[in-house]
Design a binder for this molecule. Structure first.
Ligand code: HEC
Ligand code: HEC
Length: 189
């Protein structure tokens, strides 16, 4: 009888815990998008593993900058092996964890209320699966007025180096207000 009771309590605690942790991750996404819902922002990165593994070679691109199918493709083992000329191979467990994080928070995730993410998801044609936002027509349209010398200079080097010009990129904010191009200054168009 006593044994039975303890078992029941343990089972209930287990179920409650599982429900809580599921609700927690969904809740997080909802909250963060409410907070970062402006036209120019995506939810900032909030994942330590992602920061360690994916923001070591370059700026940590927020999951809300690309649709799910793009993250799925980018995170395939064979793609990671030759990732823009680098080897970004991960332990299988880490790969799956990060894939989950990226797809749950992708531009077209149902939890994502960011207007910027929605725009990105809408503008990328259905038939395309780009793994570089910077190569999309949507992105090029916003960046085609920047003179080449400001991109090629050593302080920037690549148009994929978002934080070099977007001073608040880390926070997920890409509005014009906070664009400062090195050796040029604020961007007014
Ligand atoms: C060993 C270094 C390295 C690691 C680790 C790495 N990357 Fe990259 N990544 C690169 C290089 C190099 C580029 C090309 C950057 C450029 O064009 O300036 C790139 C480009 C990208 C781009 C395209 C950016 C754009 O819009 O042009 C995305 C997205 C990206 N990486 C995501 C990831 C993710 C997700 C991870 C973690 C799983 C990761 N990277 C880990 C080296 C790395
Ligand atoms: C060389 C500097 C530079 C780099 C690097 C850069 N941007 Fe930009 N970005 C700009 C400028 C300038 C604009 C244009 C603002 C305008 O004219 O409205 C812009 C516009 C944008 C916009 C549209 C905002 C708006 O006002 O409509 C987004 C979103 C954006 N950038 C995201 C990114 C991301 C993501 C990256 C990295 C993959 C990146 N940018 C890299 C300079 C840069």
């Amino acid at each position: 009888m006593k044994k039975m009771k303890i078992f029941t309590i343990l089972a209930l605690v287990g179920v409650a815990f599982a429900t809580f942790s599921m609700a927690d991750s969904d809740e997080y996404s909802k909250k963060s998008y409410k907070k970062y819902g402006s036209k120019y922002s995506v939810a900032p990165v909030n994942n330590k593993l992602y920061e360690d593994e994916c923001a070591s070679c370059h700026f940590g691109y927020q999951p809300g900058l690309l649709p799910k199918r793009s993250w799925v493709k980018l995170m395939e083992p064979r793609e990671l092996e030759n990732h823009f000329g680098d080897d970004a191979t991960l332990e299988e467990e880490d790969r799956l964890t990060l894939l989950g994080y990226l797809t749950a928070n992708a531009a077209d995730s149902k939890y994502n209320n960011s207007r910027l993410s929605k725009e990105i998801a809408r503008e990328i044609p259905r038939g395309l699966t780009p793994i570089a936002l910077s190569q999309t027509r949507y992105f090029k349209h916003d960046h085609d007025e920047i003179p080449k010398r400001f991109i090629e200079q050593k302080e920037v080097k690549s148009i994929a180096n978002c934080a070099a010009c977007h001073t608040t990129a880390q926070k997920g904010y890409y509005g014009e207000r906070d664009i400062v191009i090195p050796n040029y200054g604020r961007w007014d168009d």
